[in-house]
Design a protein around this ligand. Structure first.
Ligand code: KG4
Ligand code: ZN
Length: 325
């Protein structure tokens, strides 16, 4: 079995995955959303302290598996440095105590492997990763061959939902709150400009849209919030769809996946489904419970890395807050 740890942002999670069958035997996550909610976003030092409390508690409830553990996996990149270090420190201690190898897992690969929990991996595929920290299109060919072909020039898709929610005092995380509010709103009432429309580059940008929404919030009242949320969600999604469409003109997808916390957004899912129709491409989605950060996806990557003996020495496993794929 592999014990995996995730602490790259505001979720403390531990999983136990059986190596031979890829079966998820244990998964527990403690989210800190409530603690950060009053600040409208994640406060790194607070998150770090809460991981230090939560991780040992979760580990305690996984203790029946400990003697069967053959490797310790941990997210070591990318993420918040002060929170990554909590997971990495615990992983190193466990690796020494149990005399088992250590596996450093890239969080973005984790999100991609959230598609394959308790399943065989399936490549190649084109992936849209939408989370609080990332908005990327990735060509994934195998565990070790993943290339980012488009990314955001400023804010990420999920982050823009968090920021818009903060403007309307909806708490953190903003994604689910905006999605809920938008259901009762008029998507076409506010004509926000589609970002990077004149720019030929296949890239994303959310800071201009965020500022346009801020002006609408300031000019309106609470009665307008549902329409603002719906119009924002519509344009934020249309921007993704428009740029994906441009990308597909030269690189039509055969298999397409959406991963990351914001892939739970049902409006985004429906719009992507619609745009894929002419391509006859299969849409792959992770179960909702594994869209947001979790340790099961880290354990799933670690099974592949274990089989390839991709281990890290204790002294060379570092935290890389800004690394990409
Ligand atoms: O993958 P994740 O749990 O953490 C990161 O790796 O960043 O993603 C969290 C992000 C947050 O920004 C959250 O607001 C966004 O995903 N999110 C959503 C939805 N659910 C979560 N964004 C839009 N619609 C949603 N339903
Ligand atoms: Zn994530």
């Amino acid at each position: 079995m592999i014990l995996s740890i995730e602490s790259s942002c505001d979720d403390s999670a531990v999983a136990i995955t059986q190596i031979a069958t890829k079966k998820l035997l244990f998964h527990k996550k403690i989210s800190q959303e409530l603690a950060h909610s009053i600040y409208g976003g994640v406060v790194p030092e607070l998150a770090s302290r809460l991981h230090a409390e939560a991780l040992p508690k979760i580990l305690e409830s996984a203790k029946e598996y400990i003697l069967h553990v053959k490797a310790i996996a941990v997210t070591n990149e990318p993420g918040l440095s002060v929170t990554l270090v909590e997971g990495v420190t615990m992983a190193k201690a466990l690796s020494v105590a149990l005399s088992v190898p250590l596996i450093g897992v890239n969080h973005l690969k984790g999100h991609i492997y959230s598609l394959f929990i308790e399943k065989e991996a399936l490549f190649p595929m084109t992936v849209l990763l939408v989370s609080g920290g990332h908005t990327q299109v990735i060509e994934a060919k195998s565990l070790q061959q993943m290339h980012t072909v488009a990314s955001t020039m400023d804010d990420s898709f999920g982050e823009s939902f968090d920021k818009v929610a903060k403007m309307m005092n909806l708490g953190y995380p903003g994604g689910p709150a905006i999605e809920k509010l938008a259901k009762n709103g008029d998507r076409l009432r506010y004509k926000f400009t589609l970002p990077l429309l004149q720019n030929k580059k296949i890239a994303f940008s959310y800071s201009g849209l965020k500022n346009a929404v801020r002006l609408a919030v300031e000019a309106g009242s609470e009665d307008d919030y549902a329409d603002i949320a719906a119009s924002f969600e519509h344009i934020a999604t249309k921007h993704l769809i428009y740029k994906l469409g441009k990308y597909f003109q030269n690189t039509p997808p055969k298999r397409f996946a959406i991963v990351g916390g914001a892939s739970a957004n049902l409006y985004l899912r429906s719009q992507v489904k619609e745009m894929l129709k002419p391509y006859d491409a299969k849409l792959i989605l992770a179960p909702l419970e594994f869209c947001s950060d979790n340790a099961a996806m880290i354990g799933r990557v670690a099974v592949e890395m274990y089989e390839k003996r991709l281990f890290s020495e204790i002294d060379s496993l570092h935290v890389n807050p800004r690394s990409s794929l």
